[in-house]
Unconditional design. Structure first.
Length: 212
């Protein structure tokens, strides 16, 4: 998989209206945030994979906005908080928003907020693509999904098993009850994603039964 480089980020920022010095300083901040020790999944590897998925999609419309939204959508990540997306959008507005075209900044803010499952979405195709890219891990191979599942549990290490399992089961059942992907390049992952989710549900329910 292609690796994210500082040059790619700087080029995107410069096209958007920032200068290279400003972009490099923000890149270093992003690397610091995504390198926080509690991040086992929501880290630079996740950003790398999302950018690779964007490349594979062939999408050219709103390309810079999508790239910047990918970079910033998890820049704030505290597992026990429920406002990470909003705080990530605010951080984008604080650090990069004033340096780029206002219309693009508004698009990036909207896209970041679209990754919050609690928020209603506009139905715009760019939002659908970003969310599908973000959720593409659900439709990955069994081995990659197992790594993801383990990483998520590590991020919630402070939460007791019984509480984590209950919360995770609730989230997975919500996903299982609906169509996950909405854009043409990702609908082929639908069956795999549901199979992965069902497999995790079985493991969690078995674990709960053993704790009774």
């Amino acid at each position: 998989m292609k690796c994210v480089t500082i040059n790619r980020f700087i080029s995107t920022c410069v096209r958007a209206g920032a200068n290279a010095v400003q972009a490099e300083a923000i890149f270093n901040e992003l690397c610091s945030w995504y390198g926080e020790p509690h991040r086992y999944y929501h880290n630079l590897k996740h950003i790398d994979k999302m950018l690779a998925r964007l490349d594979d999609s062939g999408r050219e419309e709103e390309r810079d906005a999508l790239e910047l939204a990918i970079w910033f959508h998890d820049c704030v990540y505290e597992p026990l908080n429920n406002d990470n997306e909003a705080r990530s959008a605010e951080r984008f507005q604080w650090y990069l928003g004033p340096l780029v075209d206002q219309s693009l900044a508004e698009t990036v803010h909207r896209l970041i907020m679209a990754t919050d499952p609690k928020q209603s979405r506009s139905g715009a195709s760019d939002e659908g693509l970003l969310v599908d890219i973000d959720l593409s891990i659900l439709g990955s191979s069994p081995d990659e999904y197992a790594e993801y599942r383990t990483a998520i549990r590590k991020e919630y290490a402070v939460v007791p098993d019984v509480d984590f399992n209950a919360g995770r089961i609730r989230i997975l059942k919500q996903l299982q009850s609906r169509q996950i992907y909405t854009t043409p390049g990702f609908t082929a992952l639908e069956n795999t994603a549901h199979a992965n989710i069902q497999g995790e549900l079985v493991l969690l329910e078995k674990a709960n039964a053993s704790m009774r």
